[in-house]
Design a protein around this ligand. Structure first.
Ligand SMILES: Cc1cc2nc3c(=O)[nH]c(=O)nc-3n(C[C@H](O)[C@H](O)[C@H](O)COP(=O)(O)OP(=O)(O)OC[C@H]3O[C@@H](n4cnc5c(N)ncnc54)[C@H](O)[C@@H]3O)c2cc1C
Length: 368
């Protein structure tokens, strides 16, 4: 079946992936009058427990950048829950009649010719547009098309453990003051350890209603990640969910938290005991290209920095802004190719430098 997107006067775009980068890119393109269809393999309601550092400064920025920053952060730099950012972006996309969201639709093929670019879905539909954007994350299938000589992000040799608990699960005596810092590094001797207090969507920073997060890096468990199939060779396939962490590893992790300051020690132990802890193998991708003809990459599909850079999400927002700027005139016909060439020239060097800035740390900590 062939699904042609209704073309606006400015042209049509297909975006693969309705996570943060796909939604931001869709909103940015729609702002320029492009008709957008976003295709997402999973359903609409999903869980993302931890926080992202968001740069909210809007001084002197373009209209689209101001809009996106307002949506993701309410205009202030802070740590925001992934789920809160996603739901605000999703609602904004739903309210824009130039954007169609199609959930539960996995793409299995990507192709282009002189006139259009398209995806083939697992329901054997062909969805086409003037341009196609891969926002399909670190294991991107669209990247395999754009950059077949460098298709995969590679394992950086260490992992991050994420523990996140409800503030109400902390004893009252351990609850942080409402005026305290939102992020604190509490040890850097054996890999970084961070604690974070994350505001909730509804009650902002009122004590008792926040998430208490704890993240620490670990370079001792590459063998475990390989044994459990999270990493194969140098390619990362999936994270390690609490339910799949072996008992022995949980016991070792609990022992490692012994000297930590509160409330981070309590938060980590609570997540270990409840098996809500998540282990994320750290990966990196320095791109050689961001576009090929009518097809381009944004977000983690385009560049995967180590989390020490704290830049991945903010640079994904800049990808969306740049994409909108390049689509300003039109993306119909040949204009799509020119727009994506311009996008690549605006973004490639910046994002390469961003990923490379985190490789210094990965080389020293990840490959001891
Ligand atoms: C459910 C979820 C929860 C997350 N929670 C956190 C968090 O708490 N903290 C944090 O720092 N980061 C989190 N992340 C990662 C974070 O969103 C990214 O690292 C970063 O913000 C860049 O986002 P992205 O949109 O480029 O990539 P991703 O967020 O990885 O999104 C890629 C999207 O593409 C979709 N997709 C992949 N392949 C296909 C396909 N073949 N067909 C159709 N769709 C496809 C995926 O389902 C996904 O929605 C989460 C990601 C997800 C998907």
């Amino acid at each position: 079946m062939n699904v042609e997107i209704e073309k606006g006067q400015k042209g049509a775009a297909v975006i693969v992936g309705a996570s943060l980068s796909g939604l931001m890119s869709g909103i940015a393109l729609a702002q320029e009058g492009v008709q957008v269809t976003i295709v997402e393999k999973v359903g609409e309601h999903r869980i993302g427990g931890s926080g992202l550092r968001v740069d909210g400064g809007t001084f002197g920025r373009s209209k689209t950048e101001k809009l996106l920053k307002q949506l993701v952060s309410g205009g202030k730099s802070s740590v925001q829950l992934w789920a809160s950012i996603e739901s605000r972006l999703r609602e904004a996309a739903k309210q824009d009649d130039r954007i169609k969201l199609r959930y539960n639709t996995r793409i299995v093929e990507v192709e282009q010719d002189a006139n259009s670019a398209w995806v083939v879905t697992d329901q054997e539909e062909r969805v086409e547009g003037d341009l196609l954007i891969g926002a399909d994350g670190h294991n991107s299938q669209v990247r395999k098309y754009v950059s077949p000589d460098k298709p995969n992000a590679t394992y950086a040799g260490y992992m991050g453990w994420l523990a996140s608990i409800d503030e109400n699960d902390l004893p009252e005596s351990l609850r942080p003051a409402a005026s305290g810092p939102s992020v604190e590094m509490f040890d850097s001797y054996d890999g970084f350890k961070f604690g974070s207090i994350i505001e909730r969507e509804d009650k902002s920073s009122v004590a008792g209603s926040r998430r208490i997060g704890c993240t620490w890096y670990d370079n001792k468990r590459s063998g475990l990640l390989r044994q459990l199939g999270c990493v194969e060779g140098m390619v990362v396939f999936h994270s390690l969910n609490g339910q799949d962490i072996p008992e022995q590893t949980l016991r070792e992790l609990e022992a490692e938290t012994a000297g930590w300051p509160e409330p981070w020690r309590f938060a980590a132990r609570h997540a270990i005991r409840e098996r809500t802890l998540i282990g994320i193998p750290i990966k990196e991708y320095v791109p050689n290209r961001l576009a090929k003809g009518r097809i381009a990459l944004v977000g983690d599909a385009a560049h995967v920095p180590a989390p020490v850079t704290a830049s991945g999400f903010n640079e994904s927002l800049q990808d969306a802004v740049a994409l909108g700027r390049c689509a300003e005139n039109c993306v119909q016909g040949q204009a799509a190719v020119q727009a994506l060439e311009e996008y690549e020239s605006l973004r490639l060097e910046k994002v390469r430098r961003m990923v490379q800035s985190g490789q210094f740390y990965s080389r020293s900590f990840g490959r001891p």
